[in-house]
Design a protein around this ligand. Structure first.
Ligand SMILES: Nc1ncnc2c1ncn2[C@@H]1O[C@H](COP(=O)(O)OP(=O)(O)O)[C@@H](O)[C@H]1O
Ligand SMILES: [Mg+2]
Length: 327
């Protein structure tokens, strides 16, 4: 057992590896969540865009390389986590890297976990004065008889596993039968499921960049193609299935409010570095849906598009995220 002084000098030593020229960066992608393919596709683009002059990149897939990552920890100066959903975006990988003493981009353990839990996030948004759609947590027995839910909320409803992304396990219910089916589908993804009032309106997303000083990026509007009930997995990732407009063509006061909401959400969830908050502009105001702590990272993904419109092309955005992680 080492004494306290030895331990803290060890910690200082691992933090102060002199970086000779390039930053040794671990790109962590793949994993075991339902968004594995999205993660790998993003990693390919990130690896391509990362400057070879600035970074020496090594890849780790948590599905098989966790022990290797731990073994290499002393040689790694920073990690870029490109995992979405459970066991990656939810604080678990962040905790693992904290234990290994490796800095990483974006939110820490607490922020990642809060943002991943759509129920807790909504409670925090509300407390921060933001508007959210009315919701109820579903119980497994509601699958047999959803009347309890229907007494509190009215159709149409959106059913969501609370800890997923990319619309996985989600569905829209316009009838009691669809609600029963939707609950069964969502409970197959998560033991905790929420049922939320459907909000009609224009779907937008707001990126935030920064640590202490935050910048709200231009708002992007997402217009799902005809035939999509909502921005589901296919509408999200199939080429041409939805249209994105950046900056969104909204009245200036709506844009300003949406940017303010993105900043409030980012702070309410204790986030760091960057985030992307999904919202719906309805007739009676702007509703917050959720905040992504590791948003999609291909050059055409939503946050990179917004950053580009703000004057940060994809490689410069990556540089900025890395810089924010190391400060
Ligand atoms: N309450 C709602 N009303 C209308 N559409 C919704 C609602 N909640 C979600 N959606 C639609 O489903 C998509 C995914 O929901 P979201 O809460 O952003 O979860 P995630 O992106 O993590 O899967 C949204 O982009 C939106 O198109
Ligand atoms: Mg979303």
């Amino acid at each position: 057992m080492k004494n306290k002084a030895e331990l803290s000098s060890l910690a200082a030593h691992t933090k102060l590896i002199p970086s000779v020229g390039k930053i040794r960066l671990a790109l962590i992608a793949g994993g075991k969540s339902g968004e594995r393919e999205v993660s790998l596709a993003g990693a390919k683009e990130v690896e391509k865009a990362l400057s070879r002059e600035k970074y020496e990149v090594s890849r780790y897939d948590p599905a098989m390389d966790l022990a290797q990552l731990a073994a290499d920890a002393a040689k790694i100066e920073m990690a870029f986590i490109l995992l979405h959903g459970p066991l990656g975006e939810d604080g678990t990988m962040q905790g693992f890297l904290d234990l290994l003493g490796i800095p990483y981009q974006g939110a820490g353990v607490l922020g990642s976990a809060l943002a991943m839990d759509k129920n807790l996030a909504k409670i925090l948004y509300q407390q921060a004065g933001l508007t959210v759609a009315a919701w109820e947590m579903a119980q497994p027995e509601d699958q047999k008889n959803p009347r309890r839910l229907l007494a509190r909320l009215s159709l149409p409803l959106v059913i969501k596993p609370i800890r997923q992304g990319s619309s996985l396990g989600m569905s829209l219910a316009r009838s009691e039968e669809e609600l029963i089916q939707g609950l069964a589908k969502a409970f197959a993804y998560d033991s905790e499921v929420m049922v939320e009032q459907y909000v009609r309106g224009r779907e937008i997303t707001g990126g935030v960049l920064g640590n202490k000083e935050l910048t709200a990026l231009p708002i992007v509007e997402i217009i799902p193609g005809e035939g999509y009930d909502f921005f589901d997995y296919e509408a999200k990732y199939k080429k041409g299935a939805s249209k994105e407009v950046c900056p969104a063509e909204l009245p200036p006061e709506v844009t300003a409010r949406a940017q303010e909401i993105a900043l409030v959400a980012h702070r309410a969830l204790q986030l760091k570095g960057y985030s992307r908050t999904d919202m719906i502009v309805a007739a009676d105001g702007i509703y917050v849906l959720e905040t992504n702590t590791i948003p999609g990272m291909t050059p055409t993904s939503l946050l990179p598009q917004a950053a580009a419109a703000h004057g940060l092309p994809f490689p410069a955005l990556l540089d900025r995220l890395i810089e924010l992680a190391l400060t």
